[in-house]
Design a binder for this molecule. Structure first.
Ligand code: NAD
Length: 544
């Protein structure tokens, strides 16, 4: 992933205030040659954040980060190795074992989490500009990411203050209660789609639970993660509680997963990576949560509000450049409305505005990286031999460079097709007809994944019955993905292990120890009592 390591720059440490410097060695590229607007306030380079300081890699290694409208490098990022992960885990372990964070009252921690949220909200359009520039997300869709991320912190701040743990009474005999303890150093590994928001989804519950953390952001999009250092300091998070190690999955990520002092890993990314991490965690018996890919179906019955379904399924797969885990990338349409739906869908898709990420009119911008662009365009070529192309299918004529691809729609896609079965993670959708409810359910379930599903019908009973029959972690009825943070979030089958969201997230980051207290007589079968005279012990106590 990303480009190969460049010449070592030499290790040094700077404070997070350095985030606002402009680097004379990396002058901003112009509108003319990037089609994107360089956001103000970029740091001169991206560094790790370990024990309260921004630092280069111990061996000085870096990699180039590229900008997706030109695929030109525009900033370097520290490339973490074992030594950097060791340093970050040591800082987090010290902060956990002897620092105040895990010992704070929930309300004290919540106050700091709310300050983090305020700091994140204040980033506002500044964060949107950085995310859009670094990841190719259309600027209009990047706006709102700061508030989404802030909301995660506010939500878990509220939750830990309101949290109640169980107490179970056996009258006169025993009382049992739950002693909830933070798990330790949490290893958080995140993907490149909406990177800052994804990071907040793990950081907020981990920190709320009293864990200390080491975050390994995605190497394609490391830039916005640097903002966390200043945010955490200004909010009053003690040194060592929050650490970042950047770098490649195979080096920095792997070292974190295998580190013996990290008892749990929360990972979001591809199924293939998830399988590797699952195996590596097993060797150390680590707790883990895997949020993986998807190939989510939207089932549109003939009795649905078809206009609403059209709007929703277009947004569901083409928003965020189609780089969206819960994308409705397969649309199953009941035969009586199939032709009409396909024609309208293709027409709308062909009108979708593909353009530079910084243009507010852009609906689909540049895919994150040329490696990913190659994968998506290869799937489009495969699709042309498997199904009927009804919209898109190539690079837009007006955008000769950068990772641009048209909104692409395939119809009559057989369930055996690779574009029906495999996650493409780009602006590509497969539409397939069905004749009966049973067939729709069978088609929906006939893939390796099970993350999300969408059911469109005005028949209430059918909506609930079909939702229940679909093998997925989440189902939306007559809606696209609108989240309620209290609900379980996660997939089944190849889409993941474990569910987070609401109290489930706090359960993941904590040990729930049962404490059993004797209140009255407990029957004890006496072993070895034959020939033993009570009181022989001579130590006092009830039997003396
Ligand atoms: P990826 O699996 O390539 O990488 C994800 C992260 O894992 C990166 O930080 C990477 O450096 C790291 N990594 C890679 N190999 C590793 C290893 N051997 N050990 C430890 N860490 C390693 O995924 P991606 O391409 O960044 O993200 C896209 C994928 O993420 C898609 O499949 C998408 O569906 C999925 N995703 C899922 C959700 C969800 O909530 N289920 C949300 C967003 C994205």
């Amino acid at each position: 992933m990303a480009s190969s390591p460049s010449t070592p720059t030499g290790a040094s440490a700077t404070r997070p205030g350095a985030i606002t410097r402009t680097d004379p060695h990396h002058p901003p590229t112009t509108q003319e040659d990037t089609l994107a607007t360089t956001p103000p306030g970029l740091p001169d380079r991206i560094q790790h954040y370990i024990d309260g300081a921004l630092v280069d890699s111990a061996n000085g290694e870096t990699f180039d980060v590229i900008e997706p409208t030109t695929n030109q490098p525009y900033i370097t990022c520290a490339s973490g190795q074992q030594a950097d992960v060791d340093a970050a885990v040591a800082a987090a372990t010290k902060a956990f074992d002897s620092g105040p964070w895990p010992r704070m009252l929930p309300r004290q921690r919540a106050a700091i989490l709310n300050k983090i949220a305020d700091e994140v909200s204040a980033l506002n359009d500044g964060l949107a500009a950085i995310e859009s520039f670094d990841s190719g997300l259309p600027i209009r869709q990047a706006r709102g990411q700061a508030n989404r991320a802030a909301e995660n912190f506010r939500f878990f701040a509220d939750l830990i203050v309101a949290q109640v743990d169980g107490a179970f009474k056996m009258p006169g005999r025993q009382i049992n209660y739950v002693n909830r303890k933070p798990m330790g150093v949490a290893g958080l590994i995140t993907p490149w789609n909406t990177p800052f928001m994804q990071e907040s989804w793990k950081l907020a519950p981990a920190l709320a639970s009293g864990c200390t953390v080491v975050l390994k952001p995605a190497e394609f999009t490391p830039v916005s993660a640097q903002l966390w250092a200043g945010i955490m300091e200004r909010a009053g998070v003690p040194e060592g509680v929050f650490n970042i190690v950047h770098g490649f999955g195979e080096s920095a990520g792997d070292a974190l997963v295998k580190h013996p002092d990290v008892p749990l890993i929360s990972f979001t990314g591809e199924l293939g990576t998830g399988k590797i991490i699952y195996g590596n965690c097993a060797r150390h018996m680590k707790h883990m949560s895997l949020e993986l890919g998807g190939k989510s179906p939207a089932i549109v019955f003939a009795d649905a509000d078809v206009e609403a379904a059209l709007d929703s399924t277009l947004f569901g797969v083409f928003s965020l450049n189609g780089e969206r885990c819960t994308a409705s990338s397969r649309i199953l349409v009941e035969r009586p409305i199939y032709d009409r739906f396909v024609a309208a869908y293709a027409e709308r898709a062909s009108r979708i505005v593909v353009g530079p990420p910084s243009d507010p009119d852009t609906e689909i911008a540049a895919l994150v990286h040329p490696e990913h662009y190659r994968k998506v365009t290869e799937y489009i070529e495969i699709g042309k031999s498997e199904a009927r192309l009804v919209a898109g299918g190539s690079r837009p004529e007006h955008l000769s460079k950068g990772n641009y691809v048209q909104a692409t729609v395939f119809a009559d896609v057989p369930p055996t097709a690779r574009i029906f079965q495999e996650e493409i993670f780009g602006p590509v959708v497969a539409i397939t007809p069905f004749d009966t409810e049973e067939e729709a359910i069978r088609l929906a379930n006939d893939v390796e994944y099970g993350l999300a599903a969408y059911v469109w019908t005005n028949d209430v009973a059918r909506a609930h019955n079909v939702a229940g029959a679909i093998e997925s972690g989440m189902v939306w009825i007559n809606s696209h993905n609108v989240r309620d943070l209290r609900t379980p979030f996660g997939g089944v089958k190849g889409s993941g292990l474990g569910h987070e969201g609401g109290y489930r997230s706090l359960d993941f980051y904590t040990v729930q120890q049962s404490v059993h207290v004797r209140l009255g007589d407990v029957h004890t079968t006496r072993f070895g009592a034959t020939g033993y005279a009570d009181g022989d012990l001579g130590l006092g106590g009830p039997s003396a």
